[in-house]
Design a protein around this ligand. Sequence first.
Ligand SMILES: [Zn+2]
Length: 272
Amino acid sequence: MNIIQSYLTNNPCYKAGRKINVKGLMLHSVGCPQPKASVFVKNWNRAEYDRACVHGFIDANTGDIYQTLPWNHRGWHGGGSSNNTHIGVEMCEPAAIKYTGGSSFTCSDRAAAQAAAERTYKAAVELFAYLCQQYGLDPLKDGVIVSHREGHARGIASNHGDPEHLWKGLGMSYTMDTFRAAVKAQMSGTAQTPATPAPAPEKPATGVPYLVRVKISDLRIRSGPGTNYASKGFISPGAYTIVEESTGQGAALWGKLKSGKGWIALGYTEKI
Ligand SMILES: [Zn+2]
């Protein structure tokens, strides 16, 4: 999972600066044949773009995730009360499709389009598993992971058909049920990739201080125990002494560095 932070700091939604208590995640797809997330990031990062704002875009060529709002920032993605509760993420769509009205489209290269849709689906599974872990969410619980289409059926979002219309139109077997099941499997480790954080360890019986090995190269240091605290840069892979523990959002365990630089998420480390 590759997350590229690209906040839409010029978008009025970012400037509004409202926070939410994250209760769920909404999956979208962009509704136009544009596979490049960077195009949306550029287009939406303007003061005049006051119609919508989401937390992320998934690039259909690479599977890279562009994070465009802090995860607990209130977005403008659902067109209803889901904005107050749900993180919204857009999957970019294949270049080979052409909309003919509503959610109907034709496709000039089905194999390429299916490969692109598979790429965004898989990246979304990894991202949603990570976010469920961060916010202590059960992916199979009713109303936690929903599509924009399902959000409308539940009365919490505007009338859109995404992203199911894309999978259906390309003749793929993906549904929101297969998606939720895949997120659950990802979280339980049956489909885990090395870049995906392991579940937070149980609170050790032994207590501090102790040594951990940081396993990833871009682990962020925070001023306090949680992703809602200010970023203080990154820590390099290596061994570090933890002098205090605390539980952050989503019951993730955080450790205070002996160096005094701040806190790190212990789910990305192993005790040595
Ligand atoms: Zn949508």
